[in-house]
Design a protein. Sequence first.
Length: 318
Amino acid sequence: MPGDQGNAVIGNMQEEAKLQPKKQEENAEIDSFSPRKLVSLIFYIDKLPLYQKEKPFFLNFPVSAPGQRQSNVSHSRHEVTFTDVRGHEDLFSLDTTGFQYIHFQTSLRYENFASPATIEGVFLAEVEAFLTANLGADHVLAWDYQVRRRDPTLPTNHRGRPGKAQPFRSVHCDESARAAMRRLGHFYPDLAETYRGCRVQILNFWKPLVGPVQDAPLALCDYRTVAPGDRVPTDIVFPDYLGETYNFWANPQHRWYYMEGQLATEALIFKCFDTEAFKNDSIAQFSPHVSFLYPNRDPDNTFFRESIEVRTYVFYKE
């Protein structure tokens, strides 16, 4: 049973704390600008007594056994403020806040994103080439992607169904530090050996398929406002693999950002993992992220959000 691990959350967080870089003071320059702000509700994991004896988990496969739980993760709504980055994009970067916005032009048309073969044969290669050129990386591997088209008939904070993934309204980071390197060694042992001792990142590349986005925009949390104890390691159990993500406890110090009216040519890159963060405490390790309901949405003139997210390993030669 994945949750039956005594003092699981406490033990995991103590181990992770050894890897947690020190925090910088929040960038005063970011605090100084006063752009558009929105207030909306998102979900954080609950502080349940259960997690003193069971590690949070989610079974990523159908459950049919009597009494078997799909998950023991419980979330509750929290009201937070989201600050618009538009016009101030240069204040945000991968190594400081954990995310940055960039201009990106794909060769594909909107209708091409309905074809997995076209995405895998063309778009993933475009993302790999773009990141390699713009980050100075030695090699980029796009190893997973997800197209999301919001379905308003599904319940709030619903993960979606196979082939119908939804924007996710619970604060999370896709990979824990342990899982990032374990996944690399498990699925790509040759790359793990080739880049042993080198800088390795997991970066997510996200863009709208159509814009401007005024429905379920993606928001990022400034890494420097996340305390070490905010992270909650959570098992993601597959039939043949054990992954681990981070959920997060709510913290009023978290600072959240989004881009108002994000266009299809305005992409977002954000961190899930970076080995360099454990050598240099001025470098962001990850950026928690979440989608939120846009409070000013015009139901008559706004389309439901459609987006693509690509998960990549980025390798550097030292």
